[in-house]
Write a protein that binds this ligand. Structure first.
Ligand code: ADP
Length: 483
């Protein structure tokens, strides 16, 4: 049986400690491109979640004492195994999530890059000695792992959202319980399988799969042994989980929704802006939290930008992600299709101009035609709600300060992008945007080397870079007296 086949069957187990656990009931995982059921996965509940927490807690006492150099070696081996299985993992990802194979391959490399990076960082998790306030005392700061981490992850990046949390957690000496999204549990299970193959001790990584997440979520947010909940997903669920974590004062990391603006000033390199727009808006069919949600384009360049964007959008290849040449796959479910259609209909009914797309695509039930809308105004739904689909609404502005005010007029603050060439304008705009991440003349900004995260209601905490490791550590101040 090939590596991929063991995840495409009727009774796929979850992982609790060293046990691949089957449950009496399973739930279906389907291929969004075809609707075909590709696997049935253990539908785990509160008891399984408690067992997974217990396994992580138990494994934690040895793992936190494992020398950093050894943690490095094990994580590095995990990275190598993921890269060795990159083709199979990419195929599995496309089957359960729908994104084009070329994007799945990109995500495998991106997901693995966090493991490689944090394997290195494990060796650099240093404490401090501080100047003292008394001759007979010495002040030390130890940097320690926080303990058991619950990682609750979404379906849009089935691997990378897991490795971006688990790699730094494991590097820091924490153990993890993963609750993957119900739409994409297979990639998560395959990654955990490879972690055990790499030699990570049983219990350091656990996967609790469930059709409806609330019962598992209740355990992960209330069990006192869990010390940190790291969540990526929607803002309402994030707020709910934060509230639940309050009763045991857990640390939380929240990567929540966005409403990313993409500003194109008159002096922008228009071809670069259109290429950036395409990458930022349409990858993963618009289903990423840093995807542009609003294009704000200055008067002098507006018509040319819309025309060039539409030309490139009409050339996108919509289809099954497994087929060569596909650049836009399906959306994850029917609700996602309905939301894009609602946004289009609302905008058009209020006077927006439909330039291309605007309706479901003939490739299948969950495909939506890549869409461009012009003459969009701030009272339309697309201005305030995250579409999470292949729809580019283009707003118009005249003065720089109006664009910045529009860009900031949202409770969200994850990613923002702008294209310009005047250096003063670049500097002022960069500083004025109330966002955690800004792309300047760049539409793709994610890398394991930089801190990813948002401000305002887009979240708390940062993932990636050395900041991403610190999120999984606690400081212990030690005063040595009587010297
Ligand atoms: P999306 O809209 O991207 O599906 P969600 O916020 O609904 O975003 O889901 C992100 C992750 O959060 C998924 O793994 C989902 O199962 C999980 N989730 C949703 N509701 C809860 C909950 N009440 N408790 C724990 N996890 C939850």
């Amino acid at each position: 049986m090939g590596f991929i086949d063991q995840w495409l069957k009727a009774d796929v187990p979850g992982l609790v400690g060293s046990e691949w656990r089957h449950t009496g009931t399973t739930f279906d995982v389907d291929n969004p491109a075809t609707g075909e059921i590709i696997a049935q996965v253990a539908d785990m509940g509160a008891d399984d979640a408690r067992d997974a927490v217990a396994a992580a807690y138990e494994a934690g006492s040895a793992w936190r004492k494992t020398p950093a150099k050894q943690r490095h070696a094990l994580l590095h081996r995990w990275f190598t195994l993921i890269m060795e299985h990159a083709d199979d993992l990419a195929r599995l990802m496309t089957l359960e999530q729908g994104k084009p194979l070329v994007e799945s391959r990109g995500e495998v490399a991106y997901g693995a890059s966090f493991i490689e990076f944090f394997a290195e960082e494990a060796k650099r998790m240093a404490g401090e000695t501080l100047p003292t306030h008394a001759a007979d005392k010495r002040l030390l700061v130890l940097r320690e792992p926080v303990g058991v981490v619950a990682a609750i992850t979404p379906w849009n990046f089935p691997l990378a959202m897991i490795t971006r949390k688990c790699a730094p957690a494991l590097a820091a000496g924490c153990t993890v319980v993963i609750k993957p999204a119900e739409a994409t549990p297979l990639t998560a299970l395959a990654a955990a399988y490879l972690a055990l193959e790499a030699g990570l001790p049983a219990g350091t990584i656990n996967v609790v799969t469930a059709k409806t997440p609330a019962a598992v979520g209740d355990v992960l947010t209330s069990d006192a042994r869990v010390r940190k909940v790291s969540f990526t997903g929607s803002t309402p669920v994030g707020k709910h989980l934060m509230a639940q974590c309050a009763s045991t004062v857990k640390k939380t990391a929240m990567e929540l929704g966005g409403n990313a603006p993409f500003i194109v000033f008159d002096d922008a390199d228009i071809d670069a802006a259109v290429s950036g727009a395409l990458a930022s808006k349409y990858r993963n069919a618009g289903q990423t939290c840093v995807c542009t949600n609003r294009f704000l384009v200055q008067d002098g360049i507006y018509d040319r930008f819309v025309a060039k964007l539409a030309e490139r959008v009409e050339a996108l290849q919509v289809g099954n992600g497994l087929e060569d040449g596909t650049t836009i796959g399906p959306l994850i479910n029917q609700a996602a299709i309905d939301k894009v259609q609602r946004h289009v209909d609302d905008a058009v009914s209020q006077g927006a101009r439909l330039i291309c797309g605007g309706k479901p695509h003939a490739a299948g039930e969950r495909f939506f035609a890549p869409t461009v809308l012009a003459d969009v105004t701030p009272d339309m739904r697309v201005a305030t709600e995250e579409t999470f689909g292949p729809l580019a609404p283009v707003f118009r502005f005249t003065k720089d300060e109006d664009a910045i005010a529009m860009a900031n007029d949202t409770p969200f603050g994850l990613a923002a992008y702008f294209y310009a060439s005047d250096y003063r304008r670049i500097w002022h705009t960069m500083e004025a945007l109330e966002y955690g991440m800004v792309g300047v003349n760049e539409g793709i900004i994610s890398t394991e080397l930089a801190p990813f995260g948002g401000v305002k209601e887009s979240g708390l905490g940062r993932e990636g870079s050395h900041h991403g490791l610190e999120e999984f550590t606690e400081l212990k101040y030690v005063c040595v007296g009587g010297l």
